[in-house]
Design a protein around this ligand. Structure first.
Ligand SMILES: Cc1cc2nc3c(=O)[nH]c(=O)nc-3n(C[C@H](O)[C@H](O)[C@H](O)COP(=O)(O)OP(=O)(O)OC[C@H]3O[C@@H](n4cnc5c(N)ncnc54)[C@H](O)[C@@H]3O)c2cc1C
Length: 347
């Protein structure tokens, strides 16, 4: 990432968005950095009043931004702070949107708090976690989120949305693909007994040497998740292009049971549907780990991650994603959907 002056409160300035995204793509834009909730509201309100398009950016780890950049105002979220609201058998935390997510996880695990340990190693900021109901290893934001403080750009006021209001689903919520709400902070309820939430994910249980449903010390759960994630290139590393991605590029498709190809995994999903594995489909459609070219390729450790090997443009990455999506559709008639938000570009 760049050394550009993006200090909170810094005046609007021209930046290259590639310096602010983990995929390292994105052209020029005007950026304002907001260091408090009030600054965030002011920046968004000012832009809305003048009819300027707004792009909110946190850690830039779930974004693919066009090489042409963004024609409008980019508001970079940098409002930090955590407040303990209740401290008993459960600990309730109010966390500002600009707090780095994994630092929060590390801190709560150190304090023996349980609920987000399986979400270790995910980049980005706290305010983005409700956007796609961030999830991994059998846990998701919705498990611990009590409410979200938002600025409602339509009603022009601050509101508290309960978890039920957020419409959480698999990598989705009312916030994703919508522009109405600016997330100012989240309220999380964590348990204080030092034991992890029941381990739900089979691979994690195997790594920990326990049965699914068992509970382990929270620090053990975090260590095992980080170990698994590193082995898949899913922990950002500035020295390793295998991690220069937006995480999983495609969501796991939710389809009718009869649409699942023979041999592909199928897990129960709501409404009689099943969730199958995007990674399985991609691999079996002929796109193995490392597929691509010297600029844009699948991670050599993880089929689902499209990586910038250095020097890739957004066009390069989008072309690779399109090729894979079309190849999977051609073989299995299942259309993969991108998980990151595409800004100024489309598959
Ligand atoms: C190596 C790697 C591994 C990953 N692993 C996972 C994983 O296991 N599970 C998972 O779910 N995701 C994963 N991700 C994706 C990503 O890290 C998460 O989605 C993360 O929550 C994005 O946070 P961010 O701050 O970087 O958001 P950004 O990429 O900056 O923004 C994402 C979207 O949210 C919007 N947004 C951001 N902040 C706000 C706000 N305060 N209010 C309103 N809108 C906002 C943005 O406008 C944009 O549309 C991974 C990414 C990488 C690079």
């Amino acid at each position: 990432m760049s050394s550009a002056d993006s200090r909170p409160g810094a005046a609007e300035r021209r930046v290259l968005l590639a310096d602010y995204t983990t995929m390292r793509v994105g052209g020029p834009a005007r950026m304002v950095t907001a260091g408090t909730s009030d600054e965030l509201i002011d920046a968004v309100r000012d832009a809305d009043r003048s009819g300027e398009p707004v792009l909110l950016i946190g850690g830039g780890s779930n974004l693919v931004i066009a090489d042409a950049g963004f024609d409008g105002t980019v508001v970079r979220i940098a409002s930090e702070g955590t407040e303990t609201i209740a401290d008993g058998a459960d600990v309730v935390l109010d966390v500002r949107a600009g707090e780095p997510w994994d630092a929060l996880v590390a801190r709560t695990v150190e304090e023996g708090l349980s609920g987000i340990e399986c979400l270790s190693g995910i980049p980005g900021l706290v305010g983005a976690t409700p956007i796609q109901n961030v999830g991994a290893y059998g846990a998701e934001t919705a498990d611990v989120l009590e409410s979200v403080e938002v600025f409602d750009r339509e009603a022009q006021r601050v509101r508290i949305l309960s978890a039920a209001d957020c419409g959480f689903g698999y990598r989705s919520s009312i916030f994703k693909h919508a522009h109405r709400y600016l997330v100012l902070g989240v309220r999380l309820r964590l348990a204080a007994d030092g034991r992890s939430a029941p381990v739900r994910y089979a691979e994690l249980a195997r790594t920990l040497g326990v049965q699914a449903g068992d509970r382990v010390p929270v620090a053990d759960a975090r260590a095992a998740v980080l170990h698994l994630r590193r082995s898949k290139g899913m922990v950002l590393d500035a020295d390793d292009p295998d991690t220069w991605s937006a995480g999983s590029f495609f969501t796991n498709p939710i389809v009718a049971p009869q649409a699942v190809p023979e041999g592909a995994p199928a897990y129960d999903a709501p409404d009689g549907l099943v969730k199958t594995s995007a990674a399985w489909l991609i691999e079996h459609a002929g796109y193995g780990k490392g597929y691509g070219n010297e600029r844009a390729a699948l991670s050599s450790k993880h089929t689902l991650a499209l990586t910038n090997r250095g020097g890739a443009s957004a066009d390069d990455l989008v072309a690779l994603a399109r090729e894979i999506r079309d190849g999977v559709y051609g073989k299995y008639a299942i259309e993969l959907q991108p998980e990151p938000l595409l800004i100024g570009c489309a598959l």
